[in-house]
Design a protein around this ligand. Structure first.
Ligand SMILES: Cc1cc2nc3c(=O)[nH]c(=O)nc-3n(C[C@H](O)[C@H](O)[C@H](O)COP(=O)(O)OP(=O)(O)OC[C@H]3O[C@@H](n4cnc5c(N)ncnc54)[C@H](O)[C@@H]3O)c2cc1C
Length: 381
């Protein structure tokens, strides 16, 4: 199989469009979104008009019908939005809550929820984690009980991105407690359903997106809101996690690269003991080490993207990439905040924000230990 082209003139043209949007619409308002604790949802419509929200989805529903190589370009540029929370909110919508619907949803569901999501008229959220079930996804207890043609849903989800801004949720619920992994289904729940409510949570980082706890109290939705087959939800969610994790790798390493570049600039300007910080060997050696790690992370991501473009299973590679990129991002942030000295500890410093924001990558979307646990099994331990 030939190696797919990831940097054609078409990719670069698309990159320019995304970069312009990031520079004009996101970066100037980055701290405003932090202060509001959420993203301006009217920008979804702009992104929809620019074709950013359904890159890999079918043209029939408004998607661009492209492959992962274009997603990679989009997320490399969004990673430079100077607001990890905003990037997270957008990518939850484009690649964490919608892939199952696009792949397994009925035509009726896709017309009702995917098409408006691609157009930027609706915002989505992915609701998996519960107060007593995070890494152990099979421990999900939010229950959907069938009553005629409706599901009656009771339970709670926690740490859900876009909790306040979402119009609909891709909910993982238990539909048969006796069926093991076959006892879960993915169900679309509109957030204006009676019996649904949320409470916002106060995070330490990723401030530009809203995160909350969700409550379901006899929420009724049609059984036809089930994505794919009843009982296939766990399996479908595991597949959906692959896009989520690869997106996290791309955005994380892109923003780490941005931090590295900003830190270099800082080190060249900051003078101490009569010379720029960048002329000290410690600075140079550490910066080279970080650059090496970032280059390795980018190579790993590229291999994942190539596999996805070729339609090959990339689960093992994405698992290792998620683990590796999270750790690289934390290392870059830790060293870069150090180079900034006291200024790095200020909220206005890009290094200070990255220090807190990057910590999430090793926790969210499957923690480092979840990645290690999976790979230990894959390697036969
Ligand atoms: C800002 C933010 C946004 C989020 N957004 C979403 C969202 O949109 N939708 C959603 O569904 N969830 C979301 N999450 C939840 C996130 O995915 C979970 O927090 C994560 O999966 C970990 O689950 P947990 O918090 O329950 O930790 P736990 O599962 O309780 O883990 C506790 C500790 O045990 C470790 N551990 C796990 N497995 C093993 C093992 N096999 N061996 C040893 N140690 C292990 C973990 O790594 C961790 O250190 C978000 C979280 C945050 C913080």
């Amino acid at each position: 199989m030939s190696t797919p082209e990831l940097n054609t003139p078409e990719h670069e043209l698309f990159r320019e469009t995304v970069r312009k949007f990031v520079q004009e619409e996101l970066r100037p308002r980055a701290r405003e979104f932090d202060a509001a604790g959420r993203f301006d949802t009217s920008l979804y419509k702009k992104m929809g008009d620019l074709g950013f929200l359904g890159l890999r989805y079918e043209p029939e529903y408004g998607g661009a019908g492209l492959d992962w190589s274009y997603s990679a370009v989009l997320y490399e540029e969004l990673g430079r939005a100077d607001n990890a929370g905003v990037t997270m909110g957008i990518t939850v919508h484009t690649d964490m809550a919608t892939p199952s619907l696009a792949e397994f949803g009925s035509d009726e569901l896709k017309r009702a929820y995917l098409a408006p999501s691609i157009a930027g008229e609706m915002v989505s959220a992915i609701a998996v984690t519960e107060p007593d079930a995070g890494s152990d996804v099979a421990g999900v207890k939010t229950r959907a009980v069938r009553n005629g043609d409706e599901w009656v849903i009771n339970g709670s989800k926690i740490y859900i991105t876009n909790a306040a801004t979402a119009d609909w949720l891709c909910l993982l619920a238990q539909t048969d407690p006796d069926a093991g992994y076959g006892g879960f289904s993915q169900i679309i729940v509109p957030t204006d359903s009676p019996g649904f409510r949320y409470e916002l949570l106060d995070k330490i980082g990723n401030l530009g997106s809203d995160t909350g706890q969700l409550f379901f109290d006899d929420v009724r939705v049609p059984v036809s809101n089930t994505i794919g087959e009843i009982g296939r939800g766990f399996h479908q969610q595991m597949m959906q996690f692959q896009d989520e994790r690869l997106v996290a790798c791309v955005t994380t390493i892109s923003s780490s690269m941005h931090l590295w570049e900003e830190t270099r600039r800082w080190a060249e300007e900051r003078v101490l003991f009569g010379k720029p910080l960048s002329k000290m060997q410690n600075t140079q050696f550490k910066m080279v080490e970080l650059y090496t790690q970032l280059t390795a992370a980018k190579a790993l991501i590229r291999e994942c993207v190539e596999k996805r473009v070729q339609g090959l299973d990339a689960t093992d590679l994405i698992t290792m990439a998620k683990l590796f990129c999270g750790r690289v991002a934390r290392q870059v942030a830790d060293d870069c905040i150090q180079f900034h000295g006291g200024y790095g500890y200020m909220k206005e410093s890009v290094a200070g924000r990255a220090f807190v924001d990057s910590r999430l990558v090793s926790i969210g979307g499957g923690s480092d230990e979840t990645m290690l646990h999976y790979m230990a099994k894959q390697l036969g331990f």
